[in-house]
Design a protein around this ligand. Structure first.
Ligand SMILES: NC(=O)c1ccc[n+]([C@@H]2O[C@H](COP(=O)([O-])OP(=O)(O)OC[C@H]3O[C@@H](n4cnc5c(N)ncnc54)[C@H](OP(=O)(O)O)[C@@H]3O)[C@@H](O)[C@H]2O)c1
Length: 239
């Protein structure tokens, strides 16, 4: 089915979203900073800035459109309250790449395996390009929540390491997005790593979420979308 999709924010990631939409036979309607939300789009995709998301969401809900947010660094609970009050449809993921969502599952399994071995200190390290403003990345926060749930330690730089683990950020040059989860003891170290090679993977995931959420109400994660799509890599994921 051809959709008209509002592409809110046309920077590094939004411009890839417009390309993927056209590849999949949809119309991309570009929405800039001072544009209203278009009235003929049943769904919008937002890659802007954290501080802009709630205002953008209000404008989309005002036009009865569903909204897919890839932007990080906004108040998710405030967004949830607005979506529920307006009976809207909403998908948020700090990382829309299929590979990172598989990586989350591997990290969960690894953290379970390591949970009984307190000599191994977990950590999360994220590296991004010089233009990424928020830190730690939304993906690093998601990884930290997985480690917290499985190890009982908290992501904190101030608690003693017996109760905590560190989450660190690095900004340099053109790194698209690398996330490392490690477990270090005095003797050795186990490292799991995901590296994004292009922004197309983020754009494709957001477009799949937009196709799926049209006509639905509720607040969903990308995991929900992948589960509903049968969990297998959808057409077009592998190039
Ligand atoms: N979930 C994921 O998979 C994923 C992947 C990549 C990035 N991200 C996140 O997505 C966000 C954008 O990243 P990016 O690298 O694409 O940033 P970017 O290149 O800076 O692009 C953001 C664009 O949004 C525009 N913009 C800002 N406020 C707007 C508004 N209210 N309405 C319409 N357009 C607006 C900006 O215009 P101006 O230049 O005029 O400010 C800019 O063109 C960041 O939060 C990043 O962390 C998430």
């Amino acid at each position: 089915v051809t959709l008209r999709v509002a592409v809110v924010g046309h920077g590094r990631t939004g411009s890839e979203v417009a390309i993927v939409l056209r590849e999949r036979g949809h119309d991309a309607v570009l929405v800039g900073r001072s544009d209203p939300f278009p009235s003929d789009c049943p769904v919008g995709i937002d890659f802007t800035r954290g501080g802009e998301v709630l205002g953008n969401l209000d404008r989309a809900l005002g036009k009865k459109a569903c909204y897919v947010v890839g932007t990080t660094g906004f108040d998710l609970e405030a967004a949830r309250a607005r979506v529920e009050a307006e009976k809207g449809g909403f998908v948020y993921a700090p990382n829309f790449s299929l590979g990172v969502n598989l990586f989350y599952r591997m990290v969960r399994d690894a953290a379970r395996t390591m949970a009984g071995f307190s000599d191994y200190d977990p950590y999360v390290l994220e590296r991004h390009h010089r233009g990424k403003r928020d830190f730690p990345s939304g993906t690093a926060k998601a990884l930290a929540r997985i480690l917290e749930a499985e190890t009982g330690r908290r992501g904190s730089e101030t608690l003693p390491l017996e109760e905590a683990f560190h989450v660190a950020s690095l900004r340099s040059g053109g790194i698209v997005g690398d996330h490392t989860v490690g477990f270090s003891s005095g003797d050795d170290e186990i490292v799991l790593e995901h590296r994004s090679r292009s922004r197309r993977g983020f754009a494709l995931g957001a477009v799949l979420a937009a196709e799926w959420v049209v006509g639905r109400t509720g607040v969903y994660s990308f995991e929900d979308v992948l589960t509903a799509l049968g969990n297998s890599p959808p057409r077009g994921v592998a190039r």
